[in-house]
Design a binder for this molecule. Structure first.
Ligand code: GLC
Length: 484
């Protein structure tokens, strides 16, 4: 099929089959388009916040601001006010018999709530305001109270001295047990993005209401205006948290060959506030595959930091988001893309991109996933290949190229082009499958849904950024920490 007709086909699938209405207006897309109307497949006919991230970004590019606003408002109405889940946005929602029904985890396997959904809401809200220019929406009390609810949920005292968010197994796109409990990278990258966005949205409101001068101060006191006082306080608190989070991530998550060699030789069993090995990491926990994987100039953010048990797996989405949100520096972004380029046979292979590398195998798979049939080694979340991830790499690299020219950019361009060709050829052939299995991603996922919305939209976004307007990669720009 020719490129242009394929784009038209993908667009019609999105607009005519995937997008659904609530209260007579388009509100978002279902996760997968059912093959026949009577066959509702598990919860794939619900509107997932996470699956709608690419959809909403694409709609912003298309200027369909009303749909994005309706989506954001609907999610906001569903933000929980219950004691145990207060401030949380649902994983997914659906309209049944005129009522909105939302899932905060009470229907999910393991009863786990999707932490990423709440964080994405703040990011999408900021991106909507920036792209549409609808600052008025940001100043409504619904939006500002929603942001406060979210910040109160995240920025609270805890029993540990780390700025990362501690979550149960499967609290994000990987929503089944895969030993991703604790402080998984994807959640921390999203936390960074969500805090930047929340601060940006509060600042817009303060500017519009004439409190622009209170930008950097936490000393503001006006008993007649409790909301403003609370906003100024939360903003200052969030900025301090952001700074702490960024230096923590760069210190504990970022690795390259030199850093690995240093941590292998550190003393263990230390006590005190100035020790080198706070997490008591033993040399044996550092896997040997890292030697070749890192090469001498590659670097990446590791999957998780936990006492004595760091997770060195490479998680694609967390790393791409770390670059896109400028959590890592431009030089580190270059090392990351170099690493992804030199390991393209693993990460891109026959279907970009692999969700994480390497898979949990044998005893690890048995013990850590509880014999999870869907997450067999090289399958699904356990190192399967997900086309919905490719546009995140596209946007991360294009943003980087806008800020830094380098000889490596040529290699990246070739990688982008070659993989775009793979999507072009394989996705329609394989009916826009959800994911692909096996070490090179040639097989359609054993339990993959077909006509999966975020697969279709990832293709549309990739086409837009590579063929229509690469400058639009700045759509994901968040407020810059240095300017806050
Ligand atoms: C699966 C995926 C999850 C996704 C959902 C709907 O549960 O693990 O990430 O949001 O399907 O597509």
């Amino acid at each position: 099929m020719k490129e242009e007709s394929l784009v038209q086909l993908a667009k019609s699938l999105l607009y005519e089959k995937a997008l659904v209405k609530i209260n007579g207006e388009f509100v978002g897309a279902i996760a997968a388009i059912p093959r026949n109307q009577n066959n509702q497949d598990l919860n794939y006919s619900e509107i997932f916040i996470r699956d709608n991230v690419p959809v909403m970004i694409y709609l912003l590019l298309e200027g369909k601001f009303t749909i994005v606003k309706h989506f954001l408002n609907t999610c906001l109405k569903l933000q929980s006010d219950q004691f145990q889940t207060r401030g949380i946005f649902p994983t997914s929602f659906v309209e049944t018999e005129g009522n909105l029904v939302a899932d905060y985890g009470q229907r999910a396997i393991g009863r786990v709530c999707s932490v990423d959904a709440s964080l994405w809401w703040a990011i999408l809200a900021y991106l909507y305001v920036k792209r549409s220019g609808d600052r008025e929406w940001a100043t409504t009390s619904e939006v500002q109270i929603g942001i406060q609810g979210l910040l109160n949920l995240i920025l609270h005292p805890s029993f540990r001295d780390a700025p990362t968010l501690f979550v149960p197994d499967g609290a994000f796109m990987i929503d089944r047990p895969l030993d991703v409990w604790g402080n998984p990278l994807e959640i921390q990258a999203l936390l960074y993005g969500a805090l930047l966005s929340a601060v940006g949205l509060i600042q817009i409101d303060l500017d519009e209401k004439g409190y622009a001068d209170e930008r950097a101060t936490d000393n503001f006191h006006d008993p007649s205006n409790a909301l403003i006082e609370q906003q100024i306080h939360l903003k200052a608190y969030a900025i301090a948290w952001l700074k702490k989070l960024r230096s923590y991530m760069l210190k504990h998550y970022w690795v390259n060959s030199k850093i690995v060699q240093t941590i292998r030789r550190r003393p263990t069993e230390q006590y005190g506030d100035r020790v080198a090995n706070e997490y008591n990491i033993q040399t044996e926990t550092i896997p040997h595959w890292l030697q070749e994987w890192l090469g001498d100039r590659g670097g990446y953010l590791i999957g998780n930091v936990r006492t004595g048990r760091p997770d060195f797996r490479f998680f694609t989405l967390g790393n791409c988001l770390g670059a896109t949100f400028d959590l890592i520096s431009l030089a580190q972004q270059r090392s990351l893309f170099r690493l992804m380029h030199q390991n393209q046979a693993d990460l891109f292979a026959q279907m970009p991109l692999r969700i994480c590398h390497p898979p949990l195998e044998s005893e690890d798979w048995r013990k850590k996933t509880g014999y999870d049939r869907k997450n067999l080694p090289w399958c699904y979340h356990n190192a399967g290949h997900w086309p919905c991830l490719f546009w995140f790499f596209v946007i991360a690299t294009l943003r980087h190229k806008q800020h830094q020219s380098s000889i490596d950019n040529v290699a990246i361009d070739i990688l982008l082009q070659d993989n775009y060709e793979i999507l072009l050829k394989r996705l329609p052939q394989e009916n826009w499958a959800e994911y692909f299995d096996g070490p090179n991603g040639i097989w359609v996922g054993q339990q993959a849904r077909l006509y999966q919305t975020w697969t279709i939209v990832s293709f549309l976004l990739t086409h837009h950024f590579l063929k229509v307007n690469p400058d639009d990669a700045n759509i994901m720009d968040l407020p810059n920490l240095k300017n806050l």
